[in-house]
Design a binder for this molecule. Structure first.
Ligand SMILES: *[C@@H]1O[C@H](CO)[C@@H](O)[C@H](O)[C@H]1NC(C)=O
Ligand SMILES: *[C@@H]1O[C@H](CO)[C@@H](O)[C@H](O)[C@H]1NC(C)=O
Length: 225
């Protein structure tokens, strides 16, 4: 490949490089047939491009309710307004500078980002969950765990129930033990921890008098000091 061929290739590359035109024109301008034209403002389109004798082209307003341009532009026609689909309602009508805004009908939702079709809202929450978010145009019915207050009450009920059952069992067992202890009163070895517990409960200083098991050697001394 000769030096001239390389030079030609370089020139062609430079000329066809994307953005080479944009660098020529200033801010708020666009390139049309080698000339920089001033952009038409939002709400209008370019009815006639500029030329060497007139750097300002001819801008014409979009048609209200039919088409729009949201930004300054070099477009030869305005953009058509969006038509809301059958499952949607118009939340904002089209103006010459903004497109139509649509949202799902009552009872339907569609995520705000990337909405394709409106989906029917969930009707109820699964068992054990409650509504934490009412369905609106952008969010489905939200379900969550019951609130903290209710959960606290539930736990309190469970704990109290357990305590009552435990106390009942203890009383029942104690009475039975007492009866069997009376039957074999002479046999001191038969006396179990429940008997000791009873003795402690009945006696004002029962704990001190009570025989303490071996693992707490210093306890009796501690109680007196
Ligand atoms: C240049 O543009 C102006 C306005 O945009 C237009 O009236 C005129 O006819 C144009 N001239 C030529 C030669 O295209
Ligand atoms: C739907 O509810 C969510 C959360 O409460 C809120 O962020 C969003 O803006 C609401 N959407 C509409 C269309 O009201």
């Amino acid at each position: 490949m000769g030096l001239r061929a390389v030079g030609l290739l370089l020139l062609v590359t430079l000329l066809t490089m994307p953005g080479s035109g944009a660098e020529v024109c200033g801010e708020g301008e666009y390139l049309y047939e080698g000339i920089c034209c001033v952009l038409c403002p939002a709400g209008t389109y370019v009815a006639q491009h500029c030329n060497t004798s007139h750097p300002w082209g001819k801008c014409t307003s979009c048609t209200e309710g039919r088409d729009y341009t949201a930004h300054a532009n070099g477009l030869e026609e305005c953009l058509l307004c969006r038509q809301c689909k059958d499952d949607q309602i118009t939340s904002r009508t089209c103006t010459v500078t903004s497109d139509t805004e649509c949202q799902c009908k009552q009872g339907y939702f569609c995520p705000a980002e990337g909405c394709e079709i409106c989906q029917r809202c969930s009707q109820m929450c699964p068992e054990g969950k409650e509504i934490v978010q009412i369905c609106n145009a952008t969010m489905d019915l939200g379900c969550g765990l019951p609130d903290q207050g209710n959960r606290y009450l539930t736990w309190m009920t469970v704990i109290i129930l357990f305590a009552v059952v435990f106390a009942g069992l203890l009383v029942f067992y104690t009475i039975r033990k007492c009866k069997s202890d009376k039957a074999t009163l002479s046999d001191k070895a038969e006396r179990g921890p429940v008997h000791k517990w009873l003795k402690y409960m009945n006696h004002p200083i029962g704990f001190v008098r009570l025989f303490l098991p071996a693992p707490w050697p210093g306890s009796q001394h501690f109680m007196y000091s």
